[in-house]
Design a protein around this ligand. Structure first.
Ligand code: C5P
Length: 225
C-alpha cells in the first residue's frame, strides 16, 4: 500500500506558537504546511524555524498571477528551501509551464476548485462547467503542464489515482478522526485516505484543537502505518 505522510498545518497565530508545536513534534512529524496567515505576519522566519527543527515545508500560498510573477515567486520559494508549494491551476497553462520548467524548484502542487465552493457560488464566478467536470479538466491541465501533484478532497482521491501515474502526488486536506463539528464538509479518515492512495494528508484542527495533541498525532501515524 501507499506510503502516506502526515503534513501538520501550522495554522497558529504567531512564530512562538509555531515553535511550540515544532518542538513538541520534532522527529515525529516531518512535514509542515505554512499558510498565508502565518506567513503574512511572520514571513520567511517561519520557514527557517521549521528547518531548524528538521522539518520540511509545504508553502501553501496558492499562487495565481501572471506567469512571470509566479515564476519569480517559485524561484524565491526555492531560495528559502521549501519542499513543495501550491499554485492555482486556473492561473493557466503558461503560468504552470514556466514554473514547471525551472531547473531547480520545489515540488508544485496544483489547486483545482476550492472546496469552499458549491455549484451556485462556483457558477457565479463565470465558469461554464460544473465543479466535477472543471476539476477533471484542471487536473489534466495541471499534470500535462508538469505539476508534481494535486491537492484534492478525500472524495477525489480514487478518481485521480486511476487517471494519473503513481509519481503524481495526491495531497488531501479535510481529514477527520471521527465526527467533527466545523466547516470541513467533505471529510475522510487518515486510514481511508491511505487506502485510496493519498501520498500526503494535511491535518490542522484535529491536532491543533485536541486536548492531547501528542496522542492525536500518535493515532494518526498509527492509521498511516
Ligand atoms: O484544520 P483543518 O484540518 O481543516 O486544516 C486543513 C488545512 O488545509 C487548512 O490550512 C486549510 O486552509 C487547508 N486546505 C483545505 N482545503 C483545501 C485546501 C487547503 O482545508 N481544499
Amino acid at each position: 500500500m501507499k506510503n502516506t505522510e502526515l503534513i501538520l498545518a501550522l495554522d497558529v497565530e504567531n512564530l512562538s506558537s509555531a515553535e511550540n508545536l515544532l518542538s513538541k513534534f520534532k522527529g515525529i512529524v516531518k512535514y509542515y504546511k505554512v499558510g498565508s496567515s502565518l506567513f503574512t505576519l511572520e514571513g520567511p522566519k517561519v520557514i527557517d524555524i521549521v528547518h531548524k527543527y528538521g522539518g520540511k515545508v509545504f508553502l501553501d500560498l496558492k499562487f495565481h498571477d501572471i506567469p512571470n510573477t509566479v515564476k519569480n515567486a517559485v524561484m524565491s520559494a526555492q531560495k528559502l528551501g521549501v519542499y513543495a508549494l501550491s499554485l492555482h491551476i486556473s492561473g493557466g497553462v503558461k503560468m504552470l509551464e514556466v514554473c514547471a520548467s525551472l531547473d531547480e524548484r520545489p515540488k508544485l502542487w496544483g489547486i483545482s476548485v476550492l472546496t469552499s465552493f458549491d455549484e451556485e457560488s462556483f457558477a457565479l464566478t463565470g465558469f461554464r462547467d460544473n465543479i466535477a467536470s472543471t476539476m477533471d479538466k484542471f487536473s489534466d491541465l495541471g499534470v500535462s503542464a508538469g505539476l508534481n501533484g494535486l491537492v484534492c478532497s478525500g472524495f477525489e482521491i480514487e478518481m485521480l489515482r486511476k487517471k494519473f501515474p503513481e509519481d503524481i502526488n495526491i495531497v488531501v486536506p479535510g481529514i477527520r478522526l471521527g465526527n467533527a463539528d466545523d466547516d470541513q464538509k467533505r471529510i475522510i479518515t487518515p486510514k481511508k485516505a491511505k487506502e485510496l492512495g493519498a501520498d500526503f494528508i494535511v491535518v490542522g484542527r484535529p491536532i491543533l484543537k485536541s486536548q492531547k495533541p501528542e496522542e492525536t498525532v500518535k493515532i494518526i501515524l498509527k492509521e498511516l502505518e
